[in-house]
Design a protein around this ligand. Structure first.
Ligand SMILES: *Cc1c(COP(=O)(O)O)cnc(C)c1O
Length: 387
């Protein structure tokens, strides 16, 4: 059966897929339907953080499948409560709302922001400041939060109440806070889809102080940067701030869909029964998977992430045909002199899967990628960039 033609005929045309059908893998190696082997530096867009079919992860998932696969939120389930406890204890947050994706985690954060504004300042204090070049999701409201006009085309009217500030321009942020009736500021600390660019630390700290002073919720979108990706469990730790609301998804479940909105001291009391919900949110199988993923992200794995990151930066910065290397941890953007799509296609031909972010190649290897596979992949990337 020709899966590619079948997909083209029956799956909605929302994706520009690579002409490859992936069938299986182990760790950081993945295989296509005709038997080609690839080193996976994309991990399903920062999702398979422990690689493919990790033994412990599989065990945790299967053990939960043997118990019960779904309960609904009408009842308690242990994996959900235990995961919430772990997330709170490791982040200094107080409560967690579970959903199924990054966009939904952000929807919940936006609801928290609006409710906070209403309680603290009045119903018209509903505006949320986000950054230009950000990405917050694909629902109408998270698209509206996304500070890139191209994403708004065709779908107007967008949800009201978002204004966009230029990244790293603190004076403009101050002006917006003064002139708009705000409830929250929402930041992506490393703009992933926007080209893997980290915000400046001083800016982030100044914005956090401003949010505190003006009694606004500071929402940090760690959907992509979270769960060990940047070399700490969450990226905010490296910026020296404490979010009021923290969202994450992608790598949390290690390959199963789960989103989480973590609420801090200022926001933990905002939700009461009936104010938000999700049929699948906190699903015990996804929660067991996430609990296992977090148990593996310890100081030893995180220091491995930081070492591998330093290695990639050392190898690629200033290499032939490489214009710039940006990002944090194992979330890295590589700007090449050659056309990025050609570079990505050629890497794939040579057995390395990488993805794109704007005009850059984006590297998102598994946190536990073996060093020799990483070295092999980086060697190929360097050859392709230098051509
Ligand atoms: C991927 C992403 C989202 C959206 O997550 P989905 O799971 O696709 O809904 C939101 N914010 C950031 C920063 C992301 O990288």
């Amino acid at each position: 059966m020709d899966i590619i033609s079948l997909d083209k005929q029956f799956v909605a045309n929302t994706y520009a897929r690579f002409p490859v059908e992936l069938v299986k893998g182990k760790g950081s190696l993945v295989y296509d339907a005709v038997g080609n082997e690839y080193i996976d530096l994309g991990t399903g867009i920062a999702v398979n953080g422990l690689g493919i079919a990790d033994d412990g992860w599989k065990q945790a998932v299967v053990a939960q499948l043997d118990q019960i696969q779904h309960t609904s939120n009408l009842y308690y389930n242990a994996p959900c409560a235990l995961l919430a406890e772990t997330l709170c204890k490791r982040t200094g947050m107080q409560k967690v709302f579970f959903s199924n994706s990054g966009a939904e985690a952000n929807e919940c954060a936006i609801k928290a922001g609006r409710k906070y504004g209403e309680l603290q300042k009045g119903k018209d204090y509903s505006t949320i400041i986000t950054l230009k070049n950000s990405f917050h999701g694909r629902t109408i409201t998270t698209l509206s939060a996304t500070g890139q006009d191209v994403f708004h085309e065709h779908f107007t009217p967008m949800t009201d109440g978002f204004v966009y500030a230029k990244p790293n321009d603190f004076a403009q942020m101050q002006t917006l806070v003064k002139t708009q009736k705000c409830c929250a500021i929402m930041l992506e600390l490393v703009q992933g889809e926007g080209g893997v660019v980290a915000l400046e630390k001083e800016y982030v700290q100044a914005v956090a102080k401003l949010a505190e002073k003006e009694n606004l919720l500071l929402i940090v979108d760690e959907v992509q940067t979270g769960n060990g990706r940047t070399g700490t469990l969450y990226a905010f730790e490296q910026f020296g701030i404490q979010p009021d609301v923290l969202t994450t998804a992608k790598g949390l479940g290690g390959g199963l869909p789960i989103g989480a909105t973590l609420l801090g001291e200022k926001s933990a009391g905002l939700f009461t029964a009936g104010l938000n919900g999700s049929t699948f949110g906190g699903n015990p199988v996804c929660a067991a998977a996430a609990g296992y993923v977090l148990s593996r992200i310890d100081e030893s794995l995180l220091s491995e992430v930081r070492e591998k990151s330093a290695y990639i930066f050392r190898e690629l910065t200033g290499a032939n045909g490489v214009k710039s290397v940006t990002g944090m941890g194992l979330m890295i953007g590589v700007e090449c002199e050659r056309d990025v799509s050609e570079v990505i296609a050629e890497c794939m031909e040579k057995g390395v899967l990488v993805i794109k972010a704007k005009n850059k190649m984006r590297l998102l290897p598994a946190l536990n990628i073996p060093k020799e596979l990483l070295e092999k992949a980086i060697k190929i990337i360097k050859e392709v960039c230098a051509k």
